[in-house]
Design a protein around this ligand. Sequence first.
Ligand SMILES: Cc1ncc(COP(=O)(O)O)c(C=O)c1O
Length: 390
Amino acid sequence: MTFDTPISRKGTHCVKWDMMETLYGVAPDEGIAMWVADMEFRPPQVVQQALEAMLAHGVYGYFGDESKYLDAIRWWMRTRHGWDVAADHIFTTHGLVNGTAMCIDAFTKPGDGVVLMTPVYHAFARVIKAAERHVVECPLTNTGGHLTMDFDAWDAQMTGAEKLMILCSPHNPGGRVWTPEELRGVAGFCKRHDLILVSDEIHHDIVYPGQHHSVMPLAAPDIADRLVMMTATTKTFNIAGAHSGNVIIADPTLRARFARRMTAMGISPNSFGIHMATAAYSPEGAAWVDDLMRYLDGNRRLFDDGVNAIPGVRSMPLEATYLAWVDFSDTGMTPAEFTARVEKTARIATNHGTSFGKGGEAFLRFNLACPRAQVAEAVSRLQKAFADLQ
Ligand SMILES: Cc1ncc(COP(=O)(O)O)c(C=O)c1O
């Protein structure tokens, strides 16, 4: 079993393949699902074994005693990210969209502004709007395929109604690994405008060789009194269906506010997620992630070489994530035209750039976490679908 081994997910009730026909008109037998951000791979053996042990026991009651789980998180953060996290700062939510929603609920009121650096992961805006807060879009600058922050422009945008900012670090889409200087810039921005910062670091292990992710608590220790950090095993190990994530808060006042909302919402851990995460955060899990990143590195090179050969199409060089952010603006086509070629001609389902906010209009997001042969097939279909541009 290697990352090259194809595993059919059709008919398993997975959203990526089994909802593709309904949402895109692309049937799974002829199409390629490159949208939803999960992978086509099984997690490491150590995670499978943890689940097998649960199945063998066969009684699935409520979870208790988080000590091993918290030790595993602390080990992972120390060995992989150089960060010593205190066990009593860690909350377990039902994933990080849930964690984000809980932060919005705990730290803002209806009508408050929540700042996003767009284009950014689409669920943030969905949650903010549904909670009757306002999305405040601070556009990232795209300089030759490299996203950067423009604090002067963002300072001028602030009105005082903004209470919270959500940072995506590394960034989805576009795959930036923010530098410590950029992260300190975000910290300064939050101080100037009195914002609580929620740093969503769910992609922090999906970082390519040669890149280094800095966790926000280390990059900007001076904002510990306004920082909420979020991490999870679910992206790293492809166990998103277990709906489990960590919200980590050092400040006692913020922590007490969050703890009250957890109680008010009746949130308690999912035992499947906890057992899988405890197994994953281990030396075996770490070795698997290193192999995964070498494999994904090959996929991104193959994909970028192939699509960048199409005149007018450019894939942003990824520093992190397996989510290629592809710019079609120089094809001279409207979003409807290039999207139709990708979906109707190439039969590939992607995430549409418009759903990520301002700056995403001319883009599609392609998920590269699949066997390399599937990336090769997608590239070949894209080259054919845009052959008239050659
Ligand atoms: C930045 C970011 N946060 C959160 C999530 C989803 O988190 P969860 O599945 O834990 O709700 C994603 C999924 O793609 C993501 O990209």
